[in-house]
Ligand binder design. Sequence first.
Ligand code: FAD
Ligand code: NAI
Length: 475
Amino acid sequence: MSQEFDVIVIGGGPGGYIAAIRAAQLGFKVACLDEWKNAKGGPAPGGTCTNVGCIPSKALLQSSEHYEQAGHHFADHGINVEGLSLDLAKLLGRKDTVVKQNNDGILYLFKKNKITFFHGRGSFTKAADGGYEIAVAGDKPDTLKGKHIILATGSNARQLPGTPFDETQILSNDGALRIGDVPSRLGVVGSGVIGLEMGSVWRRLGAEVTILEALPGFLGAVDEQVAKEAQKAFTKQGLKFQFGVKITEVKAGKKGVSVAYTDSAGAAQKLDVDKLIVSIGRVPNTNGLNAEAVGLKLDERGAIVVDDDCKTNLPNVWAIGDVVRGPMLAHKAEEEGVAVAERIAGQHGHVNFNTIPWVIYTSPEIAWVGKTEQALKAEGRPYKAGSFPFAANGRARALGDTTGFVKFLADEKTDEILGVHIIGPQASELISEAVVAMEFKASAEDIARICHAHPSLSEATKEAALAVDKRTLNF
Ligand code: FAD
Ligand code: NAI
């Protein structure tokens, strides 16, 4: 017999499980379906983010950073480590434990919020009784009826044409997070967020890493000054970059992977590596939804077409997260999930796309919110800029991590903050202050006049705000 729900959420990643929780908080009877399986075939809610994305990558970044610190930087603090060695199996096992803690946490949250969880694939059968019939295929097949459907089916790694992932030699983000032996030579295609984070992990653990990037320059979406500083820092650490490449052939064999490409001058080149990570973006995932059964509209990229409110072309069908337009970020998916649940309840859920922060969790970390300097120039918008280096910040010196700076961009006349760009220690945490400031339409002077704890990295934020008015105190 089919079970009826007010809201059925298909996909239990950060978009879907958060939408389900918010809908349950608002008093709806909610089901959430997710098909991800753990190594034992059991449920592993949390999607890409929890299983093969944000969480495991950050666990590996942390462990590999400890290894790098112990091997290369502890001595600066007078701490001598003898016989340092790497237990990669344990390091990877710790990452798996962190992932499981998060999977279990979400299952607990489903129970706590009285959300019915179904482990299996959800697909449309038909429109029925002013709602939709959804089939669940899995260990316990079922048929559900829902008045509102929220689609949060996420994304998958894009493959190089003609080069499918085998996760042994040609790795997506999934395989890149579970290489069993540190490769001596690791190739990475794409110098975007995954390429830099995973390239950093395996370089720190001992691999020689070469990154091949199609574009002529580095991190095009990032503020140019930050991108320049980042490239300098990563190159110094030993990451090798080739820009303006065109991959012509990838051959995987017993001896490793051979990548043929043309360089920026058009000359034929070859890169021989043990493993190749392909991180060239992600594609929206609507596999198995049976979108045709109900006429759900997709665009040419396969993304579900939605309006500003995440409404699809079908009444009472909503879509959020990586499967729709906009940045592919967990916190963007979560915000859309909350907003959609509130709209279903007749409230005015809202997502401010201008204040979504971006973070790259490399060392140094890179974080930003709002407009870059090159974007403001292209718009012809008059602005003032101010920046402050971590080299002049007492806490950064005490930490022994003085790379980078904080940079403010503010409207020339009104002083409203238009963008904040940080490269350096704890940038991922520091950016929150800028997000709050921009949400409240603060001016640079507002931040400059706020008391910040001493000694703290956040003083660099205050000083950069002061720099907009050319009145830094410590530089
Ligand atoms: P997903 O997390 O992809 O979840 C979708 C879920 O739906 C999956 O569990 C899938 O199995 C399930 N599903 C799909 N179809 C069906 C169906 N028909 N029936 C049932 N279930 C279905 N973002 C950040 O903000 N910060 C980071 O640090 C970060 N790091 C990342 C690192 C890596 C290596 C990768 C790959 C991504 C990272 N991201 C990060 C991006 C982030 O993971 C995504 O933006 C986020 O997971 C999108 O959430 P979502 O809910 O839209 O989809
Ligand atoms: P990306 O879009 O960040 O970078 C892809 C890179 O590959 C680009 O520089 C692009 O020019 C290059 N490229 C594309 N085709 C190529 C080709 N044929 N040859 C060589 N280079 C090519 O995508 P990535 O790194 O795969 O990550 C996907 C998404 O996952 C990110 O955009 C982000 O939304 C999310 N993510 C977020 C993280 C975070 O928030 N810290 C961490 C990791 C992923």
